[in-house]
Write a protein that binds this ligand. Structure first.
Ligand code: FDA
Length: 971
């Protein structure tokens, strides 16, 4: 409704101002065009400084050649980390090798060939940076302000820097902002500061709303006190979509918490989000409620590409508009409505687009707004001719001035360069492509019949829950409550004569709490299951494939519908946090669907090679009875994956889950039966390891699918391959075992990314994933900095009962697991140097997250799997040495490399020999069908789950070759 209103009249939101003349869209367009033409004439043929001289020449080159553009941006991105002349030259040359030939490339290659000239490259980039960034000194800021005063324009200052990943870094961000506020106040103008709320805490987590609020408020408080003192305006920048609900909520709560009208609050809103109208309505209501003007900086949105990529990767709908013209049109509508409410809000129209600013100016004039009621805003270094023309036309103007170390501010620089050179960018069209005035001023229109932007092929995986949405948080909390109401749960042994033993399933965060009880089977009961399965197999194997896969799909649909219930049970029984529990259930759904699809692909007879007179055909057939021995750390995904593969292939399955996962396994088993799997085809065996070992050796078991420790895996392999007299076949064993996974951090790595990725990989699920990172190998030059940032950032993570939702990190699965990890911490103290250790609750099976340095290849901490939050850091002389250290390991499951040097990444790709290698990202979280998962050496038998080879392990193939020649006649 609001949208319609906004579309028809610019003053649409809330009450319209009675003095405003009726809106005549045609007249308004004529006025916009006239203003646009005058602005254009005033801007003349001047080019912004960026498009002149060396920088202009450089940018033109990048626009003519997309590969050169990528290469140069990669170079600029890595430059801050490059210490030596040789490093700079080598990186430049490496990036250029992937570009096409051309004069440009030759010139730059010649530069790279001579390390003595590397200073030139650094100086050129620095010159570029200087156009967008001001050094963080009172003198430099003073100079910038004085220059802008001549325009005339005011300034809004933004402290740019590294990503804030720790409380120490957040404290530094706060200190910088306080200092800047002080400098601005001394200048005697009303200071205006732009602020990133994510910069005020090491962990800005929409799920940890309370904690995030508390940390942000604690830091913002002194800033607001200061702002009150000097009547400053604090504008909150808008960031990624996932963070928007919390940023907006916190901003509104700040208004309530600090009602003093002496400080002026403001926030940026993005026009590329269709939902921004609703946010404007909220701000309007808040302004009226608190009786104060709220600044709204309207921008188009800086994260368009990233939002598109993330949405595609996660299978979430794209949050942004998908056509540039749609964003432009939306921007115009929003600008109109904000300006129409300039009595309640303080609109700042932020754009470098001639048409967008012409619309704003026309609207402000139509509404008769005085200069103190609104303003136009632009970024430093962009579109100065338009800036000057707007100033000359009397538009109140403010320039957003990023301030900081030009070297560290490279990420900001890259964003600006991308913006200046994107094909849809107004700046590129205006100053490089030479678009005519009519084009620049044309009203944005959605080209009829225009092809939608290339749709990214979304993976078929079930999208994860977006926990940044409050409604999702509420719905998950309700699921947890429902599960709690149904406790304690029971896992029965149907048909058992007497109950041999009962196992209590405890809450790892509160071990005194018993969540349920399971009756455990003995070997006689297990033998009974085998007999039933063997009897059922002939009929089950003859079921047509479409019927089998239909059951799997039905089960997957039901599991998807009940995902919250299952995930909530995981949170309680195996202490996964909300996101990880949901991911495990989603992965289970993916496995059911993936193997159903795979089975369809593998079904039926197919011709191998056709000769005249000879028919050669093959097909896959089920082996018989599969024993599924599943772990507790992915209690649903791995159990469902192995079972689904067995059943899809036409085998009967006996599921033997690890004891802590029994409640989930029981529920999952019931779901499979409800979906239509016959009871004797898919059976649950709640039992301990001895009973499992009994079945491994059982002569009627054909396939054993196991995921767990390498000790148990090896014993299964040995037992399975020791044939007994009663056995008439060779058993097939598919083993997924442990890892001692390493992440290498190269000297040029992006440490913002590396620190976040290492912590997620090492401490996610308290280090209890077989893919977890337990060794970090840092190249000498970055070793100390990396460790310092890791320790600081790790200290910001919260440990506590996962049921709480705000705690991303919980306890270990059992007392034994805790004791084992604690023993390794003692070993680490003896072998290495304790760098950092976190604090954890006293009740529950918690282990303090711990970081050791000085670990040598021969140390136990470098060689043995711990399965807890213990991270061992090793120092390597160079990348080759780091690679050798990483490979000096009995396991080969996952590995990671953070580097920006293409030859090193290529080397790792070729020779970092692990099942799953991850470059410049975390090393956990493989997705079914996207990253088939599994390792070799002591990590497994080398078959990857969720990949094209897996299902075939549960079948054998048969070939029939028929001679079709009959007395010389070939039918
Ligand atoms: P132009 O008219 O060229 O528009 C480019 C924009 O169009 C892109 O940035 C994108 O939003 C949009 N777009 C491009 N292709 C598209 C497509 N296919 N479909 C839909 N939309 C598409 N940003 C932010 O996110 N948070 C913030 O807090 C700020 N703060 C800020 C302050 C100030 C003073 C300014 C001037 C800008 C910002 N920005 C920002 C950046 C802003 O969002 C935007 O990226 C730039 O201003 C570029 O937009 P223009 O209107 O200048 O150019």
């Amino acid at each position: 409704m609001a949208t319609e209103r906004l579309a028809t009249e610019f003053g649409g939101i809330g009450e319209t101002n009675g003095r405003v003349p009726a809106f005549d869209s045609r007249a308004f367009e004529v006025e916009t065009q006239a203003i646009g033409r005058r602005l254009y004439a005033a801007a003349g043929s001047h080019k912004p400084r960026l498009y002149q001289g060396v920088s202009g020449w450089l940018l033109r080159g990048t626009m003519e050649d997309a590969s050169l553009r990528t290469a140069l941006f990669e170079f600029v991105d890595a430059l801050p980390q490059l210490a030596s002349q040789r490093d700079i030259a080598e990186h430049l040359a490496a990036y250029l090798t992937s570009t096409q030939a051309g004069g440009w490339r030759k010139f730059l290659l010649r530069l790279a060939a001579n390390p003595g000239l590397a200073w030139l490259a650094r100086a050129a980039v620095r010159r570029l940076a200087d156009q967008f960034l001001v050094a963080e000194t009172p003198g430099a800021l003073d100079l910038a302000a004085t220059r802008l005063a001549c325009v005339p324009a005011l300034l809004a200052v933004d402290a740019v820097g590294e990503a804030v990943l720790s409380e120490a870094e957040a404290a530094r961000y706060l200190d910088r902002n306080r200092a800047i506020l002080g400098w601005l106040a001394q200048r005697g103008q009303t200071p205006h500061l732009s602020l990133k709320l994510t910069g005020l805490t090491g962990v800005f987590d929409p799920l940890d709303r309370r904690g995030t609020r508390q940390r942000v408020f604690q830091r913002v408080a002194p800033l607001i006190v200061e702002a009150c003192r000097c009547h400053a305006m604090l504008t909150v920048d808008m960031e990624h979509y996932e963070l928007k609900p919390l940023i907006l909520d916190l901003f509104l709560e700040m208004l309530e918490a600090w009602p003093d009208p002496a400080w002026q609050p403001g926030i940026a809103l993005q026009a590329y989000l269709p939902e921004t109208e609703r946010d404007v309505e909220r701000l309007l209501a808040a302004a009226q409620r608190y009786g104060r003007r709220i600044g709204v900086r309207l921008v188009k949105g800086a994260y368009w590409d990233q939002e598109a990529a993330w949405a595609a990767q996660r299978g979430w709908p794209r949050p942004t508009l998908t056509e540039k013209a749609a964003t432009d049109a939306h921007f115009e509508r929003l600008a109109g409505s904000l300006l129409a409410h300039a009595d309640t809000l303080h609109p700042a129209i932020a754009s470098h687009n001639l048409r967008s600013q012409a619309v704003a100016l026309a609207q402000a004039r139509r509404l008769g707004l005085p200069p103190d009621r609104w303003e136009a805003q632009m970024l430093l270094g962009m579109a100065e001719p338009l800036r000057d023309a707007l100033a000359a036309a009397g538009a109140p103007l403010r320039i957003y001035v990023p301030i900081g170390d030009p070297v560290i501010g490279m990420a900001y620089l890259i964003r600006r360069l991308l913006e200046n050179t994107a094909s849809t960018s107004i700046l590129r069209q205006s100053y490089i492509a030479g678009a005519g005035l009519d084009t620049l001023l044309a009203a944005p229109s959605l080209a009829r019949g225009q092809a939608a932007p290339a749709a990214v092929k979304a993976p078929a995986n079930l999208p994860l829950i977006d926990f940044s949405r409050p409604e999702e948080q509420a719905s998950f909390a309700a699921a947890l409550q429902d599960i709690r109401a149904a406790l304690p749960q029971r896992v029965p042994l149907p048909g058992a004569v007497g109950i041999p033993s009962v196992h209590a399933i405890r809450n790892p965060a509160q071990p005194a709490e018993i969540l349920g009880e399971a009756a455990l089977a003995d070997t006689a009961y297990a033998d009974g299951l085998v007999d039933r399965a063997v009897a059922a197999f002939p009929q089950w194997r003859s079921q047509p494939v479409p019927q089998r896969v239909q059951l799997l799909r039905r089960a997957s649909d039901q599991l998807a519908l009940r995902r919250r219930e299952f995930a909530a049970l995981e949170v309680l029984s195996v202490a996964k946090n909300w996101r990880e529990a949901d991911a495990d259930v989603a992965e289970a759904v993916d496995f059911l669907r993936y193997y159903a699809n795979e089975m369809e692909r593998c079904a039926g007879w197919r011709e191998t090679v056709g000769f005249p007179g000879e028919q050669n055909r093959m097909r896959y057939e089920p082996r018989g009875l599969a024993l599924i021995v599943a772990p507790w750390n992915f209690p649903l995904a791995i159990l469902a994956g192995m079972t689904a593969a067995a059943l899809a292939a036409g085998n009967c399955a006996i599921m033997k889950p690890a004891l802590p996962g029994l409640l989930l396994a029981e529920e999952f088993h019931r779901l499979l039966l409800a979906a239509g799997f016959p009871g004797e085809v898919c059976q649950l065996l709640p039992a301990d390891a001895d009973v499992a070992a009994h079945l491994v050796a059982h002569p009627c078991v054909q396939v054993i699918a196991f995921t767990g420790s390498h000790q148990v895996g090896l014993s299964i392999l040995q037992a399975a391959h020791t044939a007994t007299a009663a056995q008439t076949h060779v058993k097939q064993v598919i083993c997924e075992m442990g890892g001692k996974n390493a992440i290498i951090v190269d000297r040029d790595a992006d440490l913002d990314e590396a620190v976040a990725g290492i912590l997620a990989s090492a401490f996610g699920y308290a280090g209890q994933k077989c893919s977890a990172c337990s060794r970090v190998i840092a190249v000498d030059e970055v070793h100390d900095r990396l460790l310092a940032r890791l320790a600081d950032a790790a200290a910001a993570l919260s440990w506590g009962a996962p049921e709480d939702g705000t705690c991303a990190h919980g306890p270990l699965i059992s007392e034994a697991a805790r004791d084992k990890a604690l023993a390794y911490i003692e070993i680490g103290r003896a072998e290495g140097r304790l760098v950092w250790q976190g604090k954890v609750p006293e009740t529950g099976w918690y282990v303090p997250p711990t970081l050791f340095a000085g670990i040598k290849p021969e140390h136990r901490l470098a060689r043995e799997e711990i399965f807890g939050p213990v991270l061992a850091a090793m120092r390597a002389e160079n990348f080759a040495a780091a690679l050798a250290l990483a490979q000096d390991c009995d396991y080969a499951l996952t590995g990671g490399v953070y580097s920006r040097f293409p030859p090193h990444l290529a080397l790792a790709q070729n020779s970092f020999s692990v099942g799953n290698l991850y470059l410049n990202r975390k090393i956990t979280g493989a997705r079914v069908g996207v990253q088939p998962f599994g390792g070799f050496n002591l990590s497994g038998t080398g078959v990857q789950a969720g990949g094209p080879d897996y299902l075939k392990q549960f079948m054998w193939s048969r070939v029939v070759s028929a001679n079709t020649i009959r007395h010389g006649f070939i039918p």
